[in-house]
Ligand binder design. Structure first.
Ligand SMILES: [Fe+2]
Length: 208
């Protein structure tokens, strides 16, 4: 992950118009998710860290990695909102309009070789996503040797706590899809594969 952002954290603007992910995600769903939920994590994280200048130079991944060393009165809140900020930042950056959602042959081959086929990789991601009972994210991540892992992470947990590099999250909190899909989670997860920014995912893999 190549984010050097630190306190005061800022909401990264959507890298595409909110309406451009339709019909797979409609503009209202994207806008409320980005301007409301993602922004809330940034706001709260800044508020918590305001009186702790010692941590102002730390980027999100370092705050998550070093959470055990943070003062106990802010530890849980920092974990929650740094995780929420990072997962949302990556989620929005890993989406793209369907017309731009193409995967390079080389990255597709890496995933196919690792998971027997590209279709099987997608099925495993979908299974991980559907296995989450409450809020959380399905994640493609990689280890230090470049091996891929698929994770089902609860709440605002990130692959960083598991010493893995985050590549591609799929937000499974109800707020990500409910306005458009209501309880049809499977339809949401099937459709989201039409709007993945594979270039970004590939970059996240190789920049680890
Ligand atoms: Fe979310």
């Amino acid at each position: 992950m190549n984010s050097k952002d630190h306190f005061p954290f800022a909401v990264r603007p959507l890298p595409y118009p909110a309406k451009s992910l339709a019909p797979f995600l409609n503009a209202r769903t994207v806008k409320i998710h980005h301007d409301g939920h993602y922004a809330m994590h940034i706001e709260k994280l800044n508020r918590i860290l305001e009186s702790f200048p010692k941590y102002h130079s730390l980027p999100l991944d370092a705050l998550i990695m070093k959470q055990a060393f943070l003062p106990h009165e802010i530890r849980n809140e920092v974990k929650l909102h740094a995780g929420g900020a990072l997962n949302h930042m990556l989620f929005f950056e890993c989406l793209a309009p369907a017309s731009k959602s193409s995967i390079s042959e080389s990255f597709k081959k890496l995933l196919s070789d690792s998971f027997a086929s590209f279709e099987n990789f997608k099925d495993l991601m979908k299974k991980a996503a559907l296995s989450l009972k409450g809020g959380g994210s399905a994640y493609l991540a990689s280890d230090r040797d470049g091996r891929f892992h698929i994770l089902a992470l609860n709440d605002f947990e990130t692959p960083i706590e598991h010493c893995l590099n985050p590549i591609l999250p799929i937000d499974m909190w109800e707020h990500s899809y409910y306005l458009q899909y209501q309880y049809h989670r499977r339809e949401y997860i099937n459709n989201i594969f039409n709007i993945i920014n594979w270039q970004r995912a590939e970059m996240n893999y190789f920049s680890a």
